[in-house]
Design a protein. Structure first.
Length: 319
C-alpha cells in the first residue's frame, strides 16, 4: 500500500512540475492535451524538476515538492538504493551466502592401514536420486523416492566390501525439487567427508540420458553390462583449483578398467560444471548406463566397478 501511495504522489509531483515549466501562450491556449504532448517530448526537464536525485543539478524548483512526497510516502526518492528496496518489500537486502570452496584432503595415513582397520575409503551418494532405468521400471525417474541408481550404489558398496574396501553409501534424496539437487547433495558430500576423513574416492552415481544401446552396453561372457562414462568438472565457469587432480583419478580408473574389462569405461569427459567435485581431489561423477538400460545390466557393472576400484586402491600409494 505504501508503494501505491508513493506512486500516486510521484505522478502528482511530475504533473505539478510540468506546470512549473514556462510555456508559450499558444501552448497554454491549446489546453491539457498539448501540454502533455510537450511534456512527453521534454521528459528530462520534468524529471529533473520532480526527482532531485536523478540529474546532476544541485538546485531545482521541484526539490521542496520532492521532499514533501518523500516524507508522505516514507521513501527517500533521492536514495536510489533505498528506493529499490522499497519497491521489493518481499526481498529485503540480505547478504548473499556463497558455498565455501573447501577442499577436503584425505588424512595422511597409509592406505593399507586404513584398509586393515576398516576405515571408509569410498564415499557413494546420488545427486539425482530418482534416476532409474526405463527398460525395467517403465519410467525414467521417480519423484521423491529412490530410483535404481541407488540400487547400483548399494551393490557397489557390497562388492567393494568383498575386496576388503569399506564404503559409505547414502540413499538420501536430493532431487526434490530437481533444480536444487546439487545444493542438497553438496551438504551430503560434506557430511560424508566430515565423518570419514579417510575417504580416497568420492562417487556421485547417476545414469545417462537416452542414447543408442550400442553405446551404453557391452557384452562379457554372454551377459550384457552397462558401460560407464566418467564426468569431471573444471574451472571453465567457476573457481575450481586442482580439478586436474580429479581428472588424474578419473584417468587412473579408466586405465585400470581398460586393462581389466576393455570397453567398460566408455570415456572420461571434462565438462564446464563443478558437480561439487571441488570438495575433494578424488570426487567423480559416474554415469552408469543410460535411461534405456535394464537395471540388472547396471548392477552387473557395479560388481566390475568394485574390481576396478579395489585394484586402483591396491596401487594407490605406489603410483
Amino acid at each position: 500500500m505504501r508503494l501505491l501511495f508513493a506512486v500516486a504522489l510521484l505522478l502528482t509531483a511530475v504533473f505539478a512540475a510540468a506546470a512549473l515549466l514556462p510555456v508559450s501562450p499558444e501552448l497554454a491556449r491549446a489546453g491539457t492535451g498539448a501540454a502533455l504532448e510537450w511534456g512527453l517530448k521534454d521528459h528530462r526537464r520534468i524529471v529533473d524538476l520532480a526527482l532531485p536525485g536523478v540529474s546532476d543539478q544541485e538546485i531545482r524548483p521541484g526539490a521542496l515538492l520532492m521532499k514533501t512526497v518523500s516524507r508522505a510516502a516514507g521513501v527517500d526518492f533521492t536514495d536510489h538504493h533505498r528506493l529499490l528496496i522499497s519497491q521489493l518489500p518481499m526481498r529485503p537486502c540480505e547478504p548473499v551466502v556463497a558455498l565455501p570452496a573447501v577442499r577436503y584432503e584425505p588424512q595422511m595415513t597409509h592406505l593399507s592401514d586404513d584398509r586393515r582397520e576398516g576405515r571408509i575409503l569410498v564415499g557413494i551418494y546420488h545427486t539425482h536420486t530418482g534416476e532409474t532405468y526405463s527398460l525395467t521400471d517403465g519410467v525414467e525417474r521417480y519423484d521423491g523416492r529412490p530410483g535404481a541408481v541407488v540400487e547400483v550404489g548399494r551393490e557397489l558398496e557390497r562388492a567393494l566390501l568383498q575386496h576388503g574396501v569399506a564404503a559409505a553409501h547414502t540413499e538420501k534424496i536430493h532431487d526434490v525439487p530437481y533444480a536444487t539437487s546439487y545444493l542438497e547433495s553438496f551438504k551430503t558430500a560434506q557430511e560424508l567427508m566430515d565423518e570419514h576423513r579417510s575417504i580416497r574416492i568420492l562417487l556421485d552415481i547417476h545414469r545417462d540420458s537416452k542414447k543408442a544401446r550400442e553405446h551404453n552396453t557391452m557384452e562379457i561372457g554372454g551377459l550384457e553390462y552397462a558401460t560407464v562414462l566418467i564426468i569431471v568438472g573444471s574451472d571453465a565457469r567457476q573457481f575450481f583449483p586442482g580439478w586436474q587432480d580429479n581428472l588424474a583419478v578419473a584417468k587412473r580408473l579408466a586405465a585400470v578398467a581398460q586393462r581389466m574389462y576393455p570397453g567398460l569405461i566408455s570415456g572420461v569427459r571434462v565438462q564446464e560444471g563443478r558437480y561439487n567435485q571441488y570438495l575433494h581431489p578424488g570426487a567423480l561423477l559416474l554415469e552408469v548406463g543410460a535411461v534405456n538400460n535394464h537395471t540388472e545390466e547396471a548392477l552387473r557393472t557395479a560388481e566390475l566397478l568394485a574390481d576396478v576400484i579395489a585394484a586402483v586402491l591396491d596401487n594407490w600409494e605406489s603410483e
